[in-house]
Ligand binder design. Structure first.
Ligand SMILES: *Cc1c(COP(=O)(O)O)cnc(C)c1O
Length: 461
């Protein structure tokens, strides 16, 4: 299995190299050259299997010979052993035809753990084998950073720097990043928004001298291995509800388009998915893009769903690449226009995207009301992100069972949940002392040169 860049001008890589590289050298994102197909019989064969067994079947065809079957089995097993639910991704029924996929039983209480725990294992294996050490730099709107730090802390093959927007993540999110003791992790509070952090990260990757000098590696959702790990729960949940005999739909609270793109891959692999619904908050660029064909970033408005406060949705480039018939030059042109302010999606490509994706948005008030009404009618406490999903899903219910992805545990966002339903969700026992732990972080201005210097000093180059 080979990986190619969405901009058509970077080396073709193996799974392992694409994973270690993160972003392609032409600024594009790596995608598999072809998407492996699952037959109905393959999907029927997943009925009754454990999450780990389904993960092996979904992931293996994309990995080629980068990892042996034994290595994959072992990595998957270690990755999910720390989850606090034996089903890993359990389904809860919300209504007659509506289910919630709880993706928050991992160590940092958000779905990011599904991918990050696994790639932590795969990085360690690959780097040990090569005798190499890398510098991971990640940008986070809150949950990625915590999940990356949790997955990579203490590993002897990596240093991890996480850039998060100062003052714009929840206190639980910040503390999950800043209270770790391991010296190979560095939490950086940056001036600006998530988009500022992400732009800084892209600049570092496009500075080849720096990139090669510190052996930069990326674990943001642009990393293909992360998308791949997330494909698994689309299969496990659809099979639990009757796939392949019955179609299901998914609604996904969306920011950087990684999670829902995993659903798109599942569908391309042959999983019978009816609708894939993009749920956005006030920062609704994707909803506007899918409905109008114009991709025009505006300024980011902070909301009670900070992990979705994004206006430049990186993984959307992968969907565009397919919609433009894998024409790298067309993507280079669109991304050039984006730098100048925005772009229009041509008619053909838009109709392909609309064939795969529906979309909707939730206002702050609607999100709050959904938390309250779901608690009252089902007893389920939703995090605000999941509530955005449930609100949009409720408008999209059809004949196929709807599965809404619950992307984080409500206790990660206690203030918003409390304000909505008048009850403060408690942290699970193993995190109960989070607010007593001491914090360690570095505040930084939005200055590329200073950031590069800091990283070089910390890794003693
Ligand atoms: C990251 C995140 C999202 C957005 O996921 P994308 O893959 O970036 O679209 C939604 N909700 C929560 C809680 C998250 O942490």
């Amino acid at each position: 299995m080979k990986y190619i860049s969405t901009r058509g001008n970077a080396p073709v890589l193996s799974f392992e190299d694409a994973m270690l590289a993160g972003l392609a050298r032409d600024g594009g994102l790596y995608v598999p050259e072809t998407v492996p197909r699952m037959t109905s019989a393959d999907i029927i064969g997943m009925v009754g299997l454990s999450y780990e067994e389904i993960a092996l079947r979904v992931i293996q065809p994309f990995v080629g010979d980068s990892f042996s079957e034994a290595e994959l089995i072992d990595s998957i097993s270690v990755a999910y052993a720390g989850f606090n639910h034996t089903a890993r991704a359990p389904l809860v029924q919300l209504g007659p035809n509506h289910h919630l996929l709880e993706l928050f039983h991992g160590p940092t209480l958000a779905f990011k753990d599904f991918a990050m725990q696994l790639i932590g294992q795969l990085f360690q294996r690959a780097l040990n084998r090569r005798g190499e050490r890398v510098t991971i730099v990640g940008a986070t709107s809150g949950d990625t950073g915590a999940a990356a730090i949790e997955a990579f802390k203490g590993l002897d093959t990596v240093d991890v720097f996480i850039l998060f927007p100062n003052g714009k993540v929840s206190e639980v999110q910040r503390r999950q990043m800043t209270t770790q003791r391991e010296t190979n992790v560095h939490a950086i509070a940056m001036e600006g928004t998530f988009d500022t952090c992400q732009a800084m990260l892209k600049d570092m990757f496009n500075d080849f001298e720096f990139r090669d000098g510190v052996r930069l590696a990326g674990v943001n959702s642009i990393n293909w291995a992360r998308v791949l790990a997330q494909v698994v729960y689309y299969f496990s949940s659809a099979v639990a509800l009757g796939a392949p005999h019955r179609k299901v739909s998914f609604t996904v609270p969306t920011g950087n388009f990684g999670d829902i793109f995993a659903g798109y891959i599942a569908k391309r692999m042959g999983l019978p998915i009816d609708r894939l619904v993009i749920a956005t908050n006030h920062n609704d660029i994707l909803h506007r893009a899918i409905t109008t064909g114009r991709y025009d970033p505006s300024t980011v408005t902070p909301t009670i769903t900070p992990s979705m406060d994004i206006q430049v949705s990186s993984n959307f480039e992968r969907a565009l690449f397919d919609a433009y018939d894998r024409n790298g030059e067309a993507i280079v042109r669109l991304m050039g226009e984006l730098k100048e302010g925005g772009f229009g999606i041509n008619k053909e490509a838009l109709s392909i995207l609309q064939n795969y994706f529906d979309s909707g948005r939730a206002t702050e008030k609607e999100t709050s009301l959904t938390i309250k009404s779901m608690f009252e009618s089902t007893g389920e406490v939703l995090c605000p992100h999941s509530a955005v999903g449930v609100k949009v899903a409720n408008e999209s219910l059809g004949t196929a069972p709807m599965i809404t992805l619950a992307t984080a545990h409500p206790a990660k966002f206690p203030d918003a949940v409390d304000a909505s339903m008048g009850k403060r969700p408690a942290l699970p026992n193993w995190l109960a002392d989070l607010f007593d732990r001491s914090e360690r972080l570095t505040e930084m201005p939005n200055d590329l040169q200073l950031m590069k210097t800091l990283i070089c000093e910390r890794i003693e180059l």
